[in-house]
Structure formats: C-alpha cells, structure tokens
Design a protein around this ligand. Structure first.
Ligand SMILES: *Cc1c(COP(=O)(O)O)cnc(C)c1O
Length: 430
C-alpha cells in the first residue's frame, strides 16, 4: 500500500516508511492511496468472525505484503488481548468501553499495534529509532507501555506539566528502561509544536531516526477503526441506525471511524463531541476553520486547539463541506455540563463515566433530540479512575482502583523539566 502526503509535496511512501518516519518530508500527514471496501463475503460472514479476524481483514490492505500475513495476524491478536464490551444505558444510548487495556484508555490499541509493527521493521536494523511523542494525557502512558522493552526503540514523551492527571503522569514517568519523560512548562499544543519542529530539524534528523507515535502515525491511527466494527458486531442485530459519538481531541479516533465506514461498515452518522476546545464544532456552523490556543478542561485528553487529523477528515470528504456536514455533527460542552452529565449517568444508570465519556454521552443526547430513532454509541475512551479527583468529587463515592492503576500508584516519578525547543534538542542529542 502506498501513502501520499496531504501536503502533496513529497514522494509517495510505503507503509513501512510511513511508520518509521511518522510525518512526510513536506510536513504533511500520510494518507492511504486507496481504500477498498471489504468484500460482500466478509460482511456475510461478519457475525461468525472473531474480533482478531475482523481486525486482520480490515487492516490487511493498509499494510499489504510489507508484513507477512501470519506475522500480521499475530500482531493483531497480541494487540487485541483484552475486551471491548458495549454496555447499554437505555434503548437509544450505549457505551463502548475502550478502557480494558493495560493503561486503561483507548490509545492502547494503536500504541500496541504500532510498537509491534515498528519492532518488526526494525528487527534487522542496527540504527536505533527514537519515538518522539507529545501527550495531552493518555497517549504517553499507552505509548510507554506499548513500547517498553521493544528492541532498538527509544521513547521520549513530552507532556504539559500540571495538566495531566496524577495517574496519567505515573503511567508515563515510572517505567524506566527505554522510556524517558519530559515535563514541559507549557500546554499540549506547545508539546505538539516542539515535536513537529524536531521532525523538521535537519541537524537533528541527520543524526537520529525520529518517528512519532501520535495519531499522525498511520500505524497508531488506523487500528482505531477496529472499535467501530466491534461495537457494530455487538449491536447490529438489535439496532438499525447506529450512530457513534466520539469524544474528540486530535480527531484521530473519529477519523478512523470514518475509515471503517469507507470499508463498508454501515454507520449512519458521526457525532464529534468536544469540550470547549471546539474548533470543529465552530467550523460546522461557520465553515471557517479557526484553530485557537487550547484551554484546560476536566476532559484533558481533548484539550487540543488545532486537531492534527482534521486534514485527514477533509481528505476523506474531498473537502466537500456539504457532504461532510451530512455525515458528522458536532457539539461542545462546558466542564459544568460534563460534571452534570457524569452525575446523571450515575443516578439514572448506575454507571460511572469518565469526563471524556460524559462529553460523548452529551453528544448522543444532543443528536438524539433531533433524531429520536437512532441508536447512539458513545465511546468510553478512558477508565473513570484515571480521573479520580473529578470522578469522586462528582459521584461522591470512593472508586475501587483496577489492578492496572494500582500497579503504578506507588512508583516514583522520573521526569526532566524542559521549557523550549532548545532544551528538547539538547536532550535528544546528549
Ligand atoms: C486521546 C483521547 C481522546 C481524544 O482522541 P482523539 O483521537 O485525539 O480525538 C479522548 N478521550 C481520551 C480519554 C483520550 O485519551
């Protein structure tokens, strides 16, 4: 499979090269040259396939022969070694729990898939690869966990100081080995900007092989399309018009859902649910795309002012605003509304949602107001105990800590504080 750069000023790339490089040389995101819908035989047999079989069939064309099929099958199986249950709240609303992996956020799937692909491509390579990644909260932990101990790969994670939850911070600062954490005096957007600068710094890239593990990397981004198929498998016999409400920050997850739709998955509509970092909500109203600096909210993994995957969504819809608008709605919510929703979900359904899931729930409710016959699935993107302070404050009940969280709680944080790009560069070169 070939990938082209969305800036259209770089040569086409193999999957392998796109995974190793992350971003194209012209700074563009890679996008697959073709998307072939899955054959009717796949859909006819859908109910009999396991999750790994579904995932393998869905991802195969994007990897093609660059990883042999038997190895790709193993990679997919290892990536998906936990559950993806749908929990029904009422006749119109369900949630897809994406937090049963090792770091309890949906990013585990992309990180584990990418780590294994990179491990495969790098197995006979003497040159070390440095994975440089900015995190607004959950990417860091998922990448740290996914890449821990992968041979020939060093991981450097940038996170905004004081703007991730305690547990998120522990997950990315306590593993040691090939994982290093940089604590940035600034916002997530500052972290993301520094990472982008590093990729374009020829002095740096001539001395080391850098790659990204944000959803700009195709191997992190594409496996997220599995979720939508897994939810569909669990729901399609009871419900016709299935809509997904995706709590969105960098818009990688929702954009992967649109890829699943391109592969033929009958998704009726998408809802991009935002906190007050709502550039896309505003765009769908005004048709003006106006990124703003991010503001801090209780759903911190969505505190993104300039979502990097929006350009991929534009590509999927060929920049046709009206077509895009047919297929996606977007709503944004304040922290107060989010907390009220968490309480409502708890009181009405005895279900504890995290702040991101609660934003997704609110997106479902807004959409259902105008479309009462749909069945809306909001993605529960992280386990509520990752946001313990907020969750316990709202539901007024102590939350039991799952074993994945307990295992990092007592560990000591190790991080290096940096303030600007020069600090980052010196750190990488030392
Ligand atoms: C990363 C993240 C999001 C946002 O996902 P995008 O793919 O960046 O839109 C939402 N919720 C949680 C818990 C996350 O970690």
């Amino acid at each position: 499979m070939h990938y082209y750069s969305l800036n259209k000023k770089a040569p086409n790339s193999s999957f392998k090269n796109a995974v190793i490089k992350g971003l194209a040389p012209d700074k563009g995101l890679y996008f697959p040259e073709s998307i072939t819908p899955l054959p009717q035989s796949f859909w006819d047999n859908f109910d009999n396939l396991s999750y790994s079989e579904i995932a393998f069939e869905a991802i195969k064309q994007f990897v093609s022969s660059e990883i042999p099929e038997d190895i790709l099958k193993t990679i997919v199986e290892e990536t998906l070694s936990f559950d993806f249950p749908v929990v029904k709240l009422n006749d119109n609303i369900s949630t897809l729990e994406l937090f049963h992996g090792p770091t309890m956020a949906f990013k585990d799937v992309g990180a584990r898939f990418m780590a294994r692909c990179l491990g495969y491509f790098n197995q006979n390579n003497d040159r070390e690869v440095t994975v440089l990644v900015a995190t607004s909260g959950d990417t860091g932990g998922a990448v740290a966990n996914g890449f821990l101990g992968v041979k020939g790969v060093n991981v450097v994670i940038l996170y905004p100081s004081g703007k991730v939850s305690d547990i998120q911070e522990k997950q990315l600062t306590t593993l040691g080995k090939n994982i290093k954490a940089l604590e940035v005096n600034g916002t997530f957007d500052d972290c993301q900007a520094m990472v982008k600068t590093a990729f374009l710094d020829e002095e740096l890239t001539s001395k080391m092989q850098l790659t990204s593990a944000n959803s700009i990397n195709v191997a992190r981004w594409l496996p997220q399309l599995f979720y939508f198929m897994f939810a569909y498998k669990q729901l399609h016999k009871q419900h016709d018009d299935i809509v997904f409400s995706v709590p969105s920050g960098n818009f990688g997850n929702i954009c992967a859902g649109m890829m699943a739709q391109k592969l033929g998955l009958p998704i009726k509509h998408f809802v991009a649910s935002n906190n007050m970092n709502n550039v896309v909500t505003r765009y769908l109203i005004s048709q003006l795309y106006e990124p703003k600096p991010s503001i801090q909210t209780i759903s911190n993994a969505m505190d993104v002012g300039a979502p990097s995957n929006f350009i991929r969504i534009q590509e999927i819809y060929k920049n046709q605003f009206e077509v895009l608008k047919e297929n996606i709605s977007s709503y944004s919510f304040t922290d107060e509304e989010t907390k009220d929703a968490m309480l409502e979900i708890y009181n009405n359904y005895n279900y504890v949602a995290d702040p991101h899931g609660a934003v997704g729930y609110l997106g479902c409710k807004s959409y259902l107001n105008d479309n009462p016959n749909a069945h809306c699935v909001f993605l529960e993107t992280a386990h509520p105990t990752k946001f313990l302070d907020v969750v316990e404050d709202v539901v007024k009940q102590e939350q039991p800590l799952p074993r994945q969280i307990q295992s990092v709680m007592g560990k000591e944080k190790v991080s290096t504080i940096i303030s600007d790009y020069e600090n980052l560069k010196n750190f990488l070169l030392q």
